[in-house]
Design a protein around this ligand. Structure first.
Ligand code: FAD
Length: 438
């Protein structure tokens, strides 16, 4: 049997490795349209700031190391068409301009997302995105070649914010441009009111309610007519599923172009599976449809698909909570569950609690705030947001595990936390949310 995998990074490379581990005999071919496979996208911003000092450590596997496991990798090969009826793909060799067809018994799609762009930045040589290792290398070499010490950052999602932190750490002057005042939409506005203050404290030049309309040489013009120095521009304004090649493939896409999947990872087409940023999946706790462009789901689904293809159909995907966390200078920000705009669709109430992360009498204890949205009919936690400067990761992971095991908001009072003054309180912030719910 032959399994073709489209995309060789987070989802694709992991699916290949899992499939080979479970299934020593199956023939596996990965087609990757870019230069690299299996690198840690999540670590890219931290090479800019120096916390990943060795860029090569971001590469987990190469075509050569995959070959040792009898996995064939074709980089610079783009799958441009899928015929799920005839079970074959059309592949374009991007470097040689050659096109050929290949048959599969199983097809795994992990094409991820394409970074969004802005019309004003098209054909601007000093404009970059941060989506893959090639982008990181391009940014680093542009900085070195042109001796750049100033960057204009566009985008207030987690990648934009991580880049702000890392360019500041690198010692560069950062200008942040954002077309509204709402920074980091996944978090409640009132919980994220520190973002702008923290940026200014770090010396970032903050420009809100504006955007770049034109770039001429190293000068960018804003929509208010102002001209700013822009020797380098990096945009992190979101991604779109990279699924145009699946039009007319017989594989169902939703209205936004995401590939529809279910518990087995299978798509609407026989023997075709999909994972990663390009899929529409479902919430673990409500069953509602969602999309989550984060690494955990890709890794979990890789295991599920590898198991399914290898005949172990008991292994299924349980859906996602979208559990996420981000560091922004001293702050840690984490959320899980429904997106804010989805919560009003559910009959719910909010419980909010703020206390010190450890015993309040300890020097160095700091505030931590947790907000949960509780379903009125059954007490389930629909959404949670956690903000603080210490101990946020622990709380969000406990909440994720609690929800996974069916715990309600009131049950939080019963979680027996490990307590000693440097770590928590006899009634931790999560316990308090439970007491406030009862
Ligand atoms: P990708 O890893 O993007 O891989 C898709 C690959 O498919 C690409 O290499 C692409 O070239 C290739 N491809 C696309 N179409 C074709 C085609 N037709 N033919 C051949 N090849 C094709 N997630 C977290 O959970 N935590 C984090 O902290 C985090 N930080 C991130 C930081 C950055 C800068 C970025 C970019 C992402 C980050 N993510 C993070 C998200 C995480 O990396 C993605 O969720 C994950 O990579 C998705 O895996 P994927 O396989 O769907 O897509």
């Amino acid at each position: 049997k032959h399994c073709i995998i489209v995309g060789g990074v987070a989802g694709g490379a992991t699916a290949a490795a899992q499939l080979r581990r479970i299934n020593p005999k199956i023939r596996i071919t990965i087609y990757e349209k870019g230069r690299d496979i299996s690198f840690g996208n999540c670590g890219l911003p931290y090479n800019i700031g120096g916390e990943v000092s060795d860029r090569d450590k971001l590469v987990a596997a190469t075509p050569e190391s995959m070959a040792e496991r009898e996995i064939t990798v074709k980089t610079y090969h783009e799958v441009i068409r899928v015929d799920s009826g005839a079970k074959k793909v059309t592949v374009k060799d991007v470097s040689g301009n050659d096109t050929f067809e290949e048959e599969y018994d199983y097809l795994i799609l992990s094409p991820g997302g394409a970074p969004k762009t802005m019309p004003a930045l098209l054909d601007v040589p000093q404009s970059f995105v941060m989506h893959n290792l090639e982008d990181l290398d391009d940014i680093n070499s542009y900085i070195a070649k042109h001796d750049v010490n100033k960057v204009v950052l566009i985008g207030a999602g987690y990648i934009g914010l991580e880049l702000i932190e890392n360019f500041v750490r690198r010692g560069m002057d950062v200008t942040f441009i954002h077309r509204s005042e709402e920074v980091y939409r996944p978090l409640e506005d009132d919980m994220g009111d520190f973002f702008i203050g923290e940026m200014k404290r770090q010396g970032v030049d903050v420009r809100l309610n504006t955007e770049i309309v034109e770039v001429d040489g190293n000068v960018a013009t804003l929509d208010n007519g102002e001209e700013i120095d822009a020797p380098m521009i990096v945009a992190g304004i979101g991604i779109l599923p990279r699924t145009e090649f699946l039009k007319d493939s017989g594989i169902e896409l939703n209205d936004d172009g995401f590939i529809c999947t279910g518990e087995t990872g299978r798509t609407s087409a026989e023997c075709v599976y999909a994972l990663g940023d390009a899929i529409e999946t479902f919430y673990q706790h409500t069953g509602g449809k969602t999309t989550v462009a984060l690494a955990w789901g890709a890794h979990r689904m890789a295991y599920v698909i590898a198991s399914q293809i290898s005949g172990n159909e008991d292994v299924e995907f349980e859906g996602l909570l979208g559990t996420n966390i981000m560091r922004f200078f001293d702050y840690d920000i984490a959320t899980l569950g429904l997106r804010q705009h989805e919560v009003p669709g559910y009959d719910h109430f909010i419980v909010d609690h703020r206390q010190r992360n450890k015993a309040g009498y300890m020097d160095g204890s700091v505030p931590i705030q947790v907000r949960i949205y509780v379903s009125k009919p059954d007490g389930k936690i629909l959404r949670a947001a956690v903000v603080g400067t210490e101990g946020v990761d622990k709380r969000i992971d406990i909440l994720a595990a609690h929800i996974r095991l069916g715990g309600t908001a009131a049950d939080l009072a019963n979680i027996e936390v490990a307590y000693s003054p440097p770590y928590s309180s006899p009634k931790s912030v999560l316990n308090m949310l439970g007491y406030k719910t009862i």
